[in-house]
Design a protein. Structure first.
Ligand SMILES: [Zn+2]
Length: 253
């Protein structure tokens, strides 16, 4: 199995959301990562990043969210253009896994018309609830006219231990990470917002945008156990780590 790390956009936010000691005016640039997993039984995309239109006109799609999470994406910083770099089109994707339903993680779901979409049952429930927009769930992104397949616990996607989805509630109730096992380069835990920056995990700091604080602390303890077991944690939005990783055509196997 090959794993390609693809850019799903880039945003600017207040640094204090992630780093409590940061000044009120300080900002931080965050990469948005998507992962293409080329398994013999199908192509899996873990998260779909920001919608391409947010690179030029985020407010039309995101409304007020565009002021909290300011897009800095270049014209090809979206998973559709990045898949093309790898030689694929959206119809080549068999399974889309959404770590959660925030707009920087499911913004391109609409393009994957042939894929089975998977997320945690709690995530679908919260995104569908009243006032979900206040919590960052925009139906234009997550709600498509196709059914979503839900999980409510750990799920081994192809029953071979290669891609195992792990619920990690905290950032959102249905937040889900994935443990990916590759032959040559070993195991990777795709954290998404269960561990956005390395400093959150290393210093055991809950980001301010954590919906369930106690659950998040438990999830971070679990991620540290996974890390201690030898897996490399791929943080959801850590620019320093992002710069060191292989991207696009350059893959892990
Ligand atoms: Zn995120």
């Amino acid at each position: 199995m090959k794993m390609h790390i693809l850019s799903g956009g880039r945003v600017r936010m207040k640094k204090s959301v992630y780093v409590p000691e940061a000044g009120r005016e300080e900002t931080i640039e965050l990469p948005v990562s998507c992962y293409l997993l080329r398994h013999t039984q199908g192509n899996v995309l873990f998260d779909t990043g920001c919608h391409p239109s947010t690179a030029t006109d985020a407010e039309s799609r995101w409304g007020l969210l565009a002021r909290v999470m300011v897009p800095l994406s270049g014209p090809e910083d979206n998973v559709i253009d990045q898949l093309r770099v790898v030689g694929l089109v959206p119809d080549d994707i068999d399974v889309v896994v959404n770590s959660h339903f925030h707009s920087d993680h499911c913004g391109c779901n609409e393009f994957f018309k042939k894929a089975t979409v998977i997320c945690h049952a709690r995530e679908l429930e919260v995104a569908s609830s009243d006032r979900a927009e206040m919590k960052g769930y925009l139906s234009v992104d997550w709600k498509q006219d196709r059914p979503v397949e839900t999980i409510d616990g750990q799920k081994d996607l192809f029953n071979d231990g290669r891609i195992v989805l792990l619920p990690m509630p905290g950032h959102t109730p249905g937040m889900t990470g994935a443990l990916v096992s590759l032959q040559a380069t070993g195991s990777f835990y795709l954290a998404s917002d269960s561990a956005p920056l390395q400093s959150n995990l290393d210093q055991d700091v809950n980001p301010r945008n954590t919906a369930l604080k106690e659950d998040n602390a438990k999830s971070m303890a679990e991620i540290r156990r996974i890390q201690a077991g030898g897996a490399t944690v791929l943080f959801g939005h850590d620019d320093a780590q992002w710069q060191t990783l292989r991207h696009g055509q350059d893959y892990y196997d």
